[in-house]
Design a protein around this ligand. Structure first.
Ligand SMILES: [Zn+2]
Length: 182
């Protein structure tokens, strides 16, 4: 009778370690060329006790937004919030970007299916919550892949959907962010 032998030399763990695999994919290994880059996650601050913001009321408004129009100054960007109107932290994250064109079906004020829009997808290694109040900024990178200082922002991406990928034990491994680019 034929019987299946278990694999040898496994230490009991057969599942991929996603975090390790993604890191290998992005930064390379002896058998793989790195394909990733560095991006800036503009993480909007939330009020104390709020882990995941559900509305703008959960965010911390910048004092520049506290004007009669309730809009941040756009022409002369505020030093504190860079014109965002809310306080945030910029965090450097490793990631991988892809682009594609999609039918316009998400913005209510435009007719469905009439236009195609450019969307970018980012796979970023980040282990805490990301919401659509956060942004991905693409900085200028030097030939070695390092962020040029002083930081120069090439593109700013509004996060439309943030999808969390978890590995074993529910640990967040990375995020897939679908973004509209400004
Ligand atoms: Zn401000």
């Amino acid at each position: 009778m034929r019987s299946f032998k278990p694999f040898k030399d496994t230490a009991g763990r057969l599942e991929l370690d996603l975090r390790k695999e993604l890191n290998k994919f992005m930064f390379g290994a002896s058998d793989e060329i790195g394909k990733g880059g560095l991006f800036i996650l503009r993480k909007t601050d939330t009020r104390s006790g709020i882990v995941y913001p559900n509305s703008e009321a959960d965010l911390i408004q910048c004092e520049c937004k506290d004007r009669p129009e309730n809009e941040p100054e756009i022409d002369y960007k505020c030093d504190k919030c860079d014109g965002e109107g809310y306080l945030f932290k910029d965090i450097i994250v490793p990631g991988y970007k892809t682009n594609r064109f999609e039918y316009q079906d998400v913005e209510k004020y435009k007719q469905w299916g009439k236009h195609t829009i450019s969307m970018s997808f980012f796979y970023v290694e980040y282990f805490d919550p990301i919401s659509h109040y956060d942004k991905i900024l693409e900085p200028t990178i030097d030939l070695e892949g390092k962020i040029v200082t002083p930081v120069e922002i090439l593109l700013s991406h509004n996060i439309h959907m943030a999808e969390r990928f978890r590995g074993d034990h529910g640990r967040t491994e990375y995020w897939r962010l679908s973004c509209f680019s400004e």
